[in-house]
Design a protein around this ligand. Structure first.
Ligand SMILES: [Zn+2]
Length: 248
C-alpha cells in the first residue's frame, strides 16, 4: 500500500506515517502490535500530520487503554483470545481472520475472498468482535446447512417446512410438530458425519415425534451407524473451540 513510510511523534504518541497512492482521505488505524498508523494520500502536506493526530487524541487514548486492559486480561488468562483461524469442519471450510483497528464505534466483517475474513473498526472490543463473528457464522451456517438439509429431505422423501440456525447451549437440533427444523450453530465445528446424523435424527422426527422403536428403525435406514454417532454426540461439545463455546 505504501510508497513511503516513516515514524513520527506527537504529544508523546509514536506513530508510523504511510503515504498511500490508493488512499483518498487521511485515515488512522491502531493495532496492539504496530501501534498507531496514519495513512495519508499522496500529496498530503506532511506538516499537517501532527494536527491530524492531535485532533483524534481522545480516540487514540481510548484505544490505547483498551489495548492495555486486554494485555492485562490476557496475562491473567481471564479471556480466550479471538481466533486467527476458524476451522468449520462441519461444512469443510477454513477461514483466516484478520483484525484491523479503525476509528469507528462498531465492527464490520468482510469476506475478502473464500477463506479470508476481515474484522475492521473497534476490533479492540472483544465483545463486539465476538458478536459480529457470531452473526457471520449464523449466515454461513444457514446458507450451507439449509441446502444440505433440504437435499437430504428431498432425496429421502421428508417434508420440511423451514430451517433455522441458533446458537444453543444444550441441544444440537430440534423439530417442531409443523416440521420446522432448528439446528445448533455449533454444528459448524463438528465432523460432517455427525452433522449428517443430527440432520437425519431431526428429519425422522418429522414422521415420528418421539424416540420409539419405530423412530429408531427409521433413523437406521438412513444412517446405519446411528448408534455410534448418537454416542459420539454426547462428547461432541469438545469440538467447539473455546473462543466460541464461552458464555452460552
Ligand atoms: Zn430426538
Amino acid at each position: 500500500m505504501s510508497t513511503q513510510s516513516f515514524r513520527g511523534n506527537s504529544s508523546g504518541i509514536h506513530y508510523t506515517v504511510k503515504v498511500s497512492r490508493r488512499a483518498r482521505h487521511t485515515r488512522l488505524k491502531m493495532s496492539p502490535e504496530e501501534g498507531l498508523t496514519v495513512v495519508v494520500p499522496t500529496g498530503f502536506d506532511l506538516q499537517r500530520v501532527p494536527v491530524v493526530v492531535e485532533s483524534k487524541m481522545a480516540w487514540i487514548l481510548k484505544v490505547q487503554s483498551t489495548f492495555a486492559k486486554h494485555r492485562l486480561a490476557d496475562f491473567g488468562q481471564t479471556r480466550v483470545a479471538l481466533p486467527e483461524v476458524i476451522e468449520l469442519c462441519g461444512i469443510g471450510e477454513t477461514w483466516r481472520v484478520g483484525y484491523r483497528e479503525e476509528c469507528r464505534e462498531s465492527v464490520k466483517i468482510t469476506e475478502l475472498g473464500l477463506g479470508e475474513l476481515e474484522l475492521s473498526g473497534a476490533v479492540s472490543d472483544h465483545a463486539l468482535c465476538l458478536a459480529s463473528l457470531e452473526q457471520w457464522l449464523k449466515r454461513r451456517a444457514k446458507l450451507r446447512f439449509e441446502s444440505q438439509l433440504m437435499r437430504l429431505a428431498s432425496i429421502n422423501g421428508f417434508k420440511v417446512s423451514g430451517v433455522s440456525v441458533r446458537k444453543q447451549r444444550s441441544r444440537w437440533g430440534s423439530c417442531s410438530t409443523r416440521g420446522n427444523i432448528n439446528l445448533n450453530l455449533k454444528l459448524l465445528f463438528l465432523p460432517p458425519l455427525l452433522v449428517r446424523y443430527i440432520m437425519i435424527h431431526e428429519l425422522c422426527h418429522t414422521v415420528h415425534m418421539n424416540h420409539s422403536a419405530r423412530y429408531w428403525e427409521a433413523v437406521e435406514r438412513y444412517d446405519p451407524d446411528y448408534v455410534a454417532h448418537d454416542r459420539e454426540m454426547r462428547h461432541a461439545w469438545r469440538f467447539v473451540p473455546a473462543w466460541f463455546s464461552g458464555n452460552r
